[in-house]
Design a protein around this ligand. Structure first.
Ligand code: NAD
Length: 483
């Protein structure tokens, strides 16, 4: 499908996400002809920019992300951009916006198709959705909306936001974006699991001992202290990225690759997600905050952070499903700020099997998602000149040339929105389930906070997080594979 007619309205057109991700991705899709003659973009934000100024910004964004570009192409692309100064809380502004969208629709023959993109602070999402509805901003063609994370702060606020959005949009037209689902190695989980009999047939509690997911960040909260202190690692990373990864690892095989079948398989699985009790939270979860160093602040001393904050910059936890191919297998996860390095990695730890050589090394399947992209499987052979077992990795790795071809997650997902493929977006029923889990943990922590003795591990920066996370394993033979 090429040259999709559409008027795209970006709420937050002067923001960081629009500049770093959306404009460069749209340019690449323009170069591929997916959007070309019949599209226009209205960037909105509060600042009093002109169309010309926005076009300069768009052009800068492309130069910053591309080594070589054809200047005529950049100019032609940028000419499709229009700026509308817009305060999302001012109803009048939606009337002006609607008029501009209609004018551009006529000029570009966009066939009444509208794509709304919420690229601003999440506290405004509900207001925007409400005014799209009461000011009738939707067009006569397709109407789709992309909603950035976080989708709500807890289940109740997510339900409220969903209600506001579904007043104007059908579930099929709501694209709850999680850029992790656009990452190359995350998209490799399904083919890896379902197309190789060696892997497919051991994907069960009989052979898998546990699964471990690590999303380690090197940076602290930086300038985002104010926002972060109202969120924390559990809401910021587990509710979306980590649960998306868990779902892809644990879901049953979908009957085909259609969006409906993939979502059906995920929903089937999520019904059996075990929601932890307060006792289980106490036993199976660790929350932590980073300490300071000679050159960096402790979390509680960061600008705009409450000095008595109980917000976690680190969380480790455990989850399980009662159904699906790996029912009963513990899935451990951890994420946090100020780890020793930035890394996203999944370790599938296989059980030891009895063998005539005695205890062999443990065998794992590891998927490195970031910063490198590779899968490796440990395989055992014999040592050359002495008795015993030697362990080597068989690696599936991308060449530099291949990596250069991998599109950014945002480009991939925007492409999917244009072609109406919601496979790699979060369905409401999935999101709801994730929030039920997160709320159970948050509630248990809140009660601990109120009782005045919260257990919040303080960890040294730029290492592997708090040592308390070594104690969440079910058996003494388990430990973190990535150390
Ligand atoms: P940002 O603060 O850089 O941009 C916010 C935008 O909203 C700006 O254009 C600002 O002018 C506009 N704005 C603020 N108040 C307004 C008002 N009252 N009326 C109209 N416009 C107003 O934020 P960002 O980093 O671009 O993030 C936007 C969204 O994308 C957030 O939901 C964030 O969680 C999500 N996100 C961002 C990134 C990223 O890399 N920046 C990555 C993933 C998700």
């Amino acid at each position: 499908m090429k040259n999709i007619p559409v008027i795209m309205i970006i709420f937050g057109g002067s923001g960081d996400l629009a500049h770093r991700k959306l404009y460069p991705s749209l340019f690449n899709l323009y170069e591929q002809g997916l959007i070309h003659d019949n599209f226009a973009v209205i960037g909105t934000a509060r600042r009093p920019w002109s169309h010309e100024y926005l076009r300069e910004q768009v052009s800068d964004a492309i130069h910053e992300t591309h080594d070589q570009v054809d200047e005529n192409e950049v100019k032609a692309f940028a000419s499709h951009f229009y700026y509308q100064s817009h305060d999302v809380t001012n109803v009048e502004h939606y009337v002006t916006l609607k008029k501009l969208a209609q004018e551009l629709d006529d000029r570009y023959s966009a066939q009444g198709n509208r794509l709304f993109y919420m690229a601003m602070a999440p506290r405004f999402f509900g207001t925007i959705a409400t005014h799209i509805n009461d000011q009738h901003l939707t067009g006569s063609g397709f109407n789709r909306i992309v909603v950035e994370k976080p989708f709500g702060h807890d289940l109740a606020s997510a339900e409220q936001l969903n209600k506001e959005i579904t007043a104007s949009f059908d579930e099929n037209d709501i694209f709850r974006i999680d850029h992790y689902l656009g990452k190359e190695m995350i998209q490799n989980i399904m083919p890896m699991r379902f197309t190789n009999p060696l892997i497919k047939n051991i994907w069960s509690g009989e052979y898998i001992k546990n699964i471990q997911i690590t999303l380690a960040e090197r940076l602290g909260v930086e300038a985002r202290g104010g926002y972060y202190d109202t969120s924390g690692a559990l809401r910021d990373m587990v509710q979306n990225h980590i649960f998306q990864i868990i779902t892809l690892l644990a879901m049953p095989e979908p009957k085909d690759l259609s969006s409906d079948s993939v979502h059906q398989a995920k929903q089937e699985l999520l019904k059996s997600l075990i929601i932890p009790t307060p006792e289980e939270v106490k036993k199976n979860f660790v929350r932590g905050q980073y300490l300071g160093s000679d050159t960096t602040f402790a979390y509680k001393k960061e600008p705009n952070v409450d000095p008595d904050s109980t917000t976690e910059t680190y969380v480790a936890g455990k989850t399980k499903f009662t159904r699906g191919p790996i029912a009963g297998v513990p899935i451990y996860f951890r994420t946090g700020k100020e780890f020793k390095e930035k890394k996203t990695r999944i370790d599938i730890v296989l059980k030891h099997i009895n063998n005539p050589y005695g205890q062999a090394h443990s065998n794992n399947i590891t998927i490195e998602v970031d910063p490198e992209s590779k899968i490796y499987i440990t395989i055992n052979g014999k040592k050359i000149d002495e008795p015993g077992i030697r362990r080597e990795d068989l690696t599936y790795v991308f060449s530099k040339e291949e990596m250069a071809k991998v599109p950014d997650g945002y480009e991939r997902l925007l492409h999917d929105v244009f072609v109406n493929d919601s496979t790699n977006f979060t369905h409401w029923s999935e999101l709801k389930r994730y929030w039920e889990f997160i709320d159970a943990v948050e509630d248990a922590w809140q009660k601990e906070n109120e009782a005045g003795n919260p257990e919040i591990a303080q960890y040294l920066p730029y290492r592997m997080g708090p040592k308390e996370a070594d104690n969440i394993f079910e058996s003494p033979t388990e430990h973190w594979i990535y150390e």
